[in-house]
Design a protein around this ligand. Structure first.
Ligand code: G6P
Length: 609
């Protein structure tokens, strides 16, 4: 999604800004732009398409200066054209702004400004911001920005520069992330995501909603939208710069799939109590007594995180006997959900910035719920707004298609289910068995990853397919959904996930030799049922790829391709069965020549509705 980078200091701003934008590429975007203060004049270059296209345009343009702002845009209001790309300038050309988020009342502001004779050059909501600032400007940029922001409804993260004040850059946020980086003497960075600036500094201040930062080479000041000074801690980012590089893999996605043994070890490090058969999650310590008395849980999330939530529902109901509902955050936030005093809300988000999930969290808190967050990005908006929670510690996930975050989310949910279960009906002995099985997962994932080459061979047989069906039952029903999502996201093949038994209520009509079916069928209590499903597909000429467990040879004679993964407890099988489906989607996308890490139309972090 959109990305912001800003710089003020004593170095050339352009390479720093472009370098920062490149670090944000993974978030998804469709145009980019940069503005630099060159001898007190704002010089701007913008381009539709990738950052490389912007760099080409800049080649013929000398853009020297030590203050600037830059942006990658993911179109919301207006097509991804150069005219709609940021930065946007004020009518008098003196003020330049980049913006993430959506200004909800821009139509009325635009109408008023147009009635005053201001001509708009773009279709964006953003363009009202520089015009408003210029309207209010009377020799003090800070005051003008505050006055302009007071007129805005909706969400924003912005960075602003001004020709008449060449030694200042201003940032502000409400509902869209922004971080201030503190560099060497007199050097400051602004970014919507810390990964854009971590190459330059690891000292950062995360802005809260309604914070404004005014940075000059002489120092910075933090205030709120009412112009009162606010204090925010300077934090050290423990971000490993190396970790965001591809590390020898062709794509971030493949690297992240192969990182899963390590990311899972990090997720469970210090949290499993193998001797007590339980888990210790320090982010839940202050809620531990409240957890004893909860009577209902609502899990809310989007995308892959939602499917992890579905696995969590089954695990928590199985182990703790607490009724759980899972709901898309986008539905939850507008549906007037019932939250009684015994209801706990769990939000799940890799990025911690998904707009719908954040809004669902706030809606739940408004209605009195305690909200716990399961996030990967430390210091993210959802993590900070939650009443407690558990970090994944999976490391940065760059590939747009989520992989290692999913397995870590399921693992965190397994530990939460174990903790809640041990508070209720799970025995000491069963707790020990579950904790041990969780701790064995990284080795079993390692084993599963050895299948990558053989899965590539299977992918070759299906690379030209137009449709795919994924089936699973019980714990592997969400895995079927997630497998279908992975294929859609990066191979652009239409795929649907279904609970296997539902096949006969519709999808079976689609089965023929052109509709490959992936069946997730580990040897478990429902194995015989799913075996009948496979027979039904074969009887109709369908081609079947089965993911089953190593101890099971029953399907070898029925299915066209059989992938064997190690066995674990049923509740943990999704951590293993999802891996071949990640690899299948990956290899199919590569074979089809797609941009695996930045699939078309998708964004890593969806920070607008
Ligand atoms: C986008 C991403 C998905 C992700 C979803 C939820 O759609 O492309 O990979 O699952 O957002 O994101 P979150 O960061 O909240 O888990």
């Amino acid at each position: 999604m959109c990305g912001i980078v800003g710089y003020i200091g004593n170095k050339e701003a352009l390479p720093i800004l472009i370098g920062g934008l490149k670090k944000l590429e993974y978030r998804g975007y469709d145009s980019a732009g940069v503005a630099i203060l060159c001898n007190n004049k704002i010089e701007t270059e913008r381009s539709s398409g990738k950052i490389a296209a912007l760099e080409n345009k800049i080649k013929g343009h000398s853009m020297h200066g030590t203050v600037g702002i830059a942006h990658t845009r993911w179109a919301t209001h207006g097509a991804p054209t150069e005219a709609n790309a940021h930065p946007h300038k004020s009518y008098n050309g003196k003020i330049s702004v980049v913006h993430n988020g959506i200004i909800e009342n821009y139509i009325s502001i635009k109408a008023k400004l147009e009635s005053e004779g201001i001509k708009f050059l773009s279709e964006t909501d953003t363009e009202v911001i520089p015009h408003l600032i210029a309207r209010f400007y009377k020799g003090d940029l800070k005051t003008a920005v505050l006055q302009a922001l007071a007129k805005l409804e909706g969400a924003f993260g912005i960075a602003v520069i001004c020709e008449d004040e060449p030694d200042v850059i201003i940032g502000a946020r409400r509902g869209s992330p922004l971080v201030l980086g503190i560099g060497e003497a007199g050097e400051y960075f602004l970014a919507s995501d810390v990964s854009a600036i971590v190459n330059y500094t690891q000292k950062v201040v995360y802005l809260d909603d309604n914070d404004v930062v005014v940075a000059k080479t002489s120092g910075y000041e933090l205030l709120n939208l009412n112009s009162q000074t606010v204090q925010r801690d300077v934090q050290q980012v423990d971000f490993d710069v190396e970790a965001v590089a591809k590390g020898g893999f062709d794509h971030f996605m493949l690297k992240e799939i192969f990182e899963q043994p390590e990311s899972l070890r990090n997720t469970m490090r210090g949290r499993l109590l193998l001797g007590e058969g339980s888990a210790k999650l320090s982010g839940l310590d202050s809620n531990i007594n409240e957890l004893r008395s909860i009577r209902r849980i609502i899990i809310t999330a989007c995308g892959t995180s939602y499917y992890a939530g579905m696995v969590g529902e089954y695990m928590i109901e199985d182990l703790a006997g607490i009724p759980v509902e899972v709901e898309y955050a986008s539905e939850f936030r507008y549906r007037n959900p019932i939250i009684d005093p015994g209801t706990l809300v769990l939000t799940i988000s890799q990025s911690g910035e998904t707009a719908d999930t954040l809004a669902a969290l706030k809606e739940a808190q408004n209605k009195g719920a305690t909200v716990l967050g399961i996030c990967n990005a430390v210091g993210s908006s959802i993590a900070r707004a939650s009443n407690g929670g558990v970090y994944l510690h999976a490391g940065p996930e760059i590939g747009v298609a989520s992989t290692k975050a999913f397995t870590s989310q399921v693992t965190v949910l397994a530990m939460i289910a174990l903790l809640l279960g041990r508070q209720r009906r799970v025995s000491f002995e069963d707790g020990i068995e579950i904790a041990k099985a969780i701790s064995d997962l990284p080795n079993k994932v390692e084993e599963t990853l050895k299948l990558s080459d053989s899965i590539r061979e299977i992918a070759k047989q299906f690379a030209s397919a137009n449709n795919f069906l994924y089936l699973g039952r019980h714990y592997n029903y969400p895995v079927a959904m997630e497998g279908a999502l992975k294929l859609k996201e990066i191979s652009y093949i239409h795929a649907e996930g279904y609970p296997a038994a539902e096949m006969k209520h519709g999808p079976i009509a689609l089965i023929d030799a052109n509709m490959p079916v992936v069946v997730v069928a580990p040897k478990d209590a429902l194995f015989d049922k799913i075996l009948s499903n496979v027979r039904e597909i074969k009887a109709r000429g369908g081609r079947v790829i089965v993911v089953t467990t190593t101890d099971c040879t029953t399907l070898d004679d029925f299915a066209d391709y059989v992938i064997h993964v190690p066995q674990t407890l049923s509740m943990l099988m999704p951590v293993l069965t999802c891996v071949p489906l990640q690899l299948l989607a990956y290899h199919m996308a590569v074979l089809r020549g797609n941009d695996v890490d930045q699939p078309r139309n998708l964004a890593k972090s969806v920070t607008v509705e």
